[in-house]
Design a protein around this ligand. Structure first.
Ligand code: AMP
Length: 619
């Protein structure tokens, strides 16, 4: 008998999930479903993402609700729009063979009228992100008086994103006798408090060890000088030709810089961060899901809830500010029983963080050596050979060209032809990695050559000319501004003359420009609340990405840490050309409860904090 039937799931649902490839319950499903099917208990499930949590609560919900009625009976709250859509879609799939099941996904950044219309039409299951849910409650547009079940999914993430107050308010709209099911990857104090506040004797289940990452993830780290970070990163990517990865950065500027540098260097990459509108995010995610992007460069906040299977590597280009985020980052790989690798690029000063992380995940990290140039070449060569071996030949299509090809190659021996075909791609790497230096450093090397070197290296790029400060603006050439337009735009708003402006360096979605030190404050003042095509214009001091900013504008002038050298360190090739950033246009939007936090002091991680922070951020 089908094990889901044995657990008490009805035939219609079992048929639907069998079509989805669910043969037997995952561990959390096996444990949670029998408890949740009783419908009598509050529940706390500690489980990582990717363990099958959605079905663990989704299947019991389908058994418990009365679909002949059209009022909301279950409310699922989750932290992000992606997760919200995913859950709603998944539940609809499980319910494919049950009549009259209505699920609505309620999330920010999309047209609220459509969502209100769906609610009015009648729904039994509401899947929502807290901000938009609150908005709808505020409009008296939903009646939660008959809700029987509330699911808090990724509760730690919701608190982490500052949704605590929203959750309190939303829960107060639901009946006292509802049952609350809470799922969380970790159990910090704040989540524990929610459990205590809203639940009565919850049944608690843990899948895997508390706080422990997925056992299928290998954790690697590379010890390098800060200035070599980007070069080392690219070597790692180049030595994994089949990589399909998510690269995590701490700030949105860093994601943009790295994505831009990678695109320039011939990779298929793009960035995902809090400044993109939902439409832009969707486009990036679509390209990534369809594998038209090989590397997705993301901030923690933007990557929440991303559920893409087959991610081979998570790369921590910068370690997360908060230790909890490491588990969330690495959980983007090794989903649905697959294996994956989580890579961290660390400098000497960050080694202690690796030890902290080992404690959190309960597993040692493996130190890996940045591949030497020759190793990268070897990997690339064999990747080419494998591709030649496994390429699908379309006999019919190529047939008409074969005589000509044969004639052209008639002079060459089989060995010659093989060598030449392989060399087509390989030469670029060979040439590029010729004389490539060793990027590894000694773990006991206390010298800070790297840090100094990095600052030196970056002086030209990041700092303004003498007497000038280099500023960042979130408008660029995609906004159809010429350099002259930009100059006028700055001068008009800041009320300064063109003489006070130095170099203007317009990129795709952002611009760096120099302003005389004495006039910098005027620029910040002038751009305090300027909109461009409905988008709030943001000014930051370039290179000061790691610091806090109470207005989201980024004005502190602390030191620049981490980051990348921005050197072109890879042969170019059409094969990986990304389509670039041209599509990142349009206004701000979306529900953002991003975090605004101070820069990492470098000495360790900040404590987890469930405090709410307001909307705009550097993420
Ligand atoms: P989730 O943790 O709910 O995001 O699920 C992670 C992935 O595992 C999703 O792609 C699910 O479709 C898949 N999945 C969940 N449960 C099962 C199961 N019992 N058998 C096979 N795949 C599953």
């Amino acid at each position: 008998m089908n094990p889901f039937l044995e657990l008490g799931i009805r035939h219609e649902v079992v048929n639907a999930i069998t079509e989805l490839g669910f043969e037997k319950p995952s561990s959390i499903q096996e444990k949670a479903i029998p408890v949740l099917l009783t419908g009598n208990d509050d529940f706390v499930g500690l489980a990582q993402t990717g363990t099958g949590k959605t079905a663990a609560f989704g299947l019991p919900l389908l058994e418990q609700l009365d679909f002949s009625q059209k009022h909301p009976q279950a409310l699922v709250l989750c932290p992000t729009r992606e997760l919200c859509l995913q859950i709603a879609k998944d539940i609809e799939k499980y319910a494919k063979y049950i009549d009259n099941v209505n699920v609505v996904a309620v999330y920010g950044g999309a047209n609220i009228s459509d969502q209100l219309r769906q609610i009015r039409r009648g729904v039994q299951i509401v899947v929502a992100t807290p901000g938009r849910m609150l908005d709808i409650i505020g409009r008296n547009a939903i009646d939660f008086s008959q809700v029987k079940y509330v699911v808090l999914d990724e509760a730690d993430e919701m608190l982490n994103m500052g949704f605590q107050e929203d959750i309190n308010t939303i829960l107060s709209e639901t009946p006292d006798d509802k049952k609350t099911w809470l799922f969380s990857a970790t159990m910090p104090r704040e989540v524990r408090r929610i459990a205590q506040k809203y639940m009565t004797d919850p049944v608690e289940l843990t899948v895997g060890t508390k706080n422990t990452g997925n056992a299928n993830i290998e954790h690697h780290y590379y010890l390098i000088r800060a200035r070599d970070k980007y070069a080392a990163f690219k070597r790692i990517v180049d030595s994994n030709p089949e990589i399909f990865g998510i690269v995590f950065c701490r700030t949105k500027i860093e994601t943009q810089e790295i994505a831009e540098a990678l695109i320039k260097d011939g990779y298929n990459a793009d960035s995902l961060h809090g400044d993109l509108s939902q439409q832009q995010r969707d486009k990036v995610m679509k390209r990534y899901r369809e594998r038209n992007l090989q590397l997705l460069i993301a901030t923690d906040v933007a990557a929440r809830g991303i559920d893409v299977n087959d991610v081979t590597h998570v790369i921590n280009f910068s370690l997360p500010d908060e230790i909890e985020n490491y588990t969330h980052r690495s959980g983007r790989t090794a989903r649905a029983g697959k294996t994956g690798i989580s890579i961290s690029l660390v400098n000497i000063k960050e080694q202690s963080k690796i030890r902290q992380l080992e404690k959190v995940i309960g597993k040692p990290f493996e130190r890996k050596q940045v591949p030497q140039g020759t190793e990268v070449c070897e990997k690339q060569l064999f990747s080419i050979v494998n591709k030649i071996q496994s390429v699908e030949v379309n006999e019919a299509q190529i047939a008409p060209f074969l005589p000509g090809i044969m004639e052209n190659l008639a002079e060459l021996s089989k060995e010659d032809i093989i060598t030449r075909f392989a060399s087509l791609e390989f030469n670029r790497f060979l040439e590029y990695y010729q004389n490539a230096p060793d990027l590894n450093i000694d773990a006991n090397d206390r010298g800070d050559r790297g840090e100094r070197g990095e600052r030196g290296d970056r002086g030209d790029r990041r700092q303004g000319s003498k007497g000038f400060t280099r500023l960042f603006m979130n408008l660029g050439s995609v906004d159809e501004l010429s350099r002259g337009d930009m100059l006028g735009f700055i001068c008009n708003n800041a009320k300064i003359t063109g003489k006070s402006i130095g170099k203007i360096d317009m990129k795709g979605v952002f611009t760096f420009f120099e302003v005389e030190d004495a006039e910098v404050e005027k620029v910040f003042e002038g751009f305090k609340s300027v909109d461009f095509n409905g988008r709030q214009v943001r000014i930051e001091v370039s290179g000061d990405r790691d610091r806090n900013s109470a207005d989201g504008g980024g004005r502190s002038r602390g030191g620049d840490r981490g980051g990348f050298g921005g050197r072109s360190d890879r042969p170019r090739g059409d094969r990986r050309q990304g389509s670039g950033s041209g599509e990142r246009r349009g206004g701000f939007g979306g529900e953002r409860r991003d975090r605004r936090e101070g820069g990492n002091s470098g000495g360790g991680f900040r404590d987890f904090s469930g405090k709410r922070r307001e909307s705009k951020s550097k993420y």
